[in-house]
Ligand binder design. Sequence first.
Ligand SMILES: [Zn+2]
Ligand SMILES: [Zn+2]
Length: 257
Amino acid sequence: MRLFTLGTGAFAPHPTRGGPAVAVLAGGGQFLVDAGENVGRSMRRAKLPLEALDGIFLTHFHVDHIAGLPALLFAMYVEAGRGGPKPDRLTIFGPPGLENLRRGFLNAYGDWLLEPGFELEWREIPPDGELAPAAGLKVVSRRVEHSGDLICYGYRFVEQDKIATISGDSTFCEALLDLARGAGVFVCESGKAIGDRSDAPHLTTKEIGLLATDAGVGQLVLTHFVDPADEQRLAEEVRQYFAGELVVAQDGGVFPV
Ligand SMILES: [Zn+2]
Ligand SMILES: [Zn+2]
C-alpha cells in the first residue's frame, strides 16, 4: 500500500499547499480520499493517471474537500469524449448527503454528469460502513465529530497487515481512535495549537499526539495546514505527546505503508 499526500492545505489559499486530497494505492486499485482544489493537477504531478482511478472517498462536503471533484470529472468526461483513456468504472463514496451533492452538481454543471462516457456510480455509505472496493482491500468508515450536524467520515484502509488511516476533519472522538488503532500510517488533520481557544471544530495538537500514542500508530503524517507561519510550531507541539515518527506532509509526499 502507498499513500500520496496530493493536497495538504485546507480552506485558506496557501502558497504551496493545495486543497485536501490523499491518493491511496492498494489492492491493485487507485483511490482518492477527498478531492480538493486542483486535485487533477496534483495527480498528474505524482504521475497517477486519472483514468486509473477506481474510487473517490469523500470525508464530508465542506467546499475545500470537494472543490476539485467537478473539474476532475469534467476532465475525465472530455478525455473520454475524444477517445482518450478513461476509467473502467469510477465510484464516488461519501456520507449521507452525497445524493444531494450529485443533484447539485447536475444542476450546476449539466447533464454530461449523467453519461460522462464511462461508468460513474455515486454511493452513499452508512456510518460504520465496511466496503471491499478492490480484491483484498477493506475500507472502514466511521463518523467522526466535526462541525455540528455535518456528517464527516474518517477512513481506514486495510490490506492484509497494512493499515492506513485518514482522519477527515475531526475533533477528539472515540471513533477516530478506533480508526487509527495500529495504523502503519495515520494521516491526520493538523488541528489547533495548544491554547487556541477558538471553537474551530478541529483537534488540538495535544489531542493529536495523545490519540496517535494511544492508537499505537507507526507514522503520523500531519496535513490540512491553514497558516504557513504555524506549521513547525504545531508539529513541535504534537511531538511533545507522540514519540513515534512524525512528518509534516507536503504536496506530492509519498508514504509506503
Ligand atoms: Zn477541512
Ligand atoms: Zn471540514
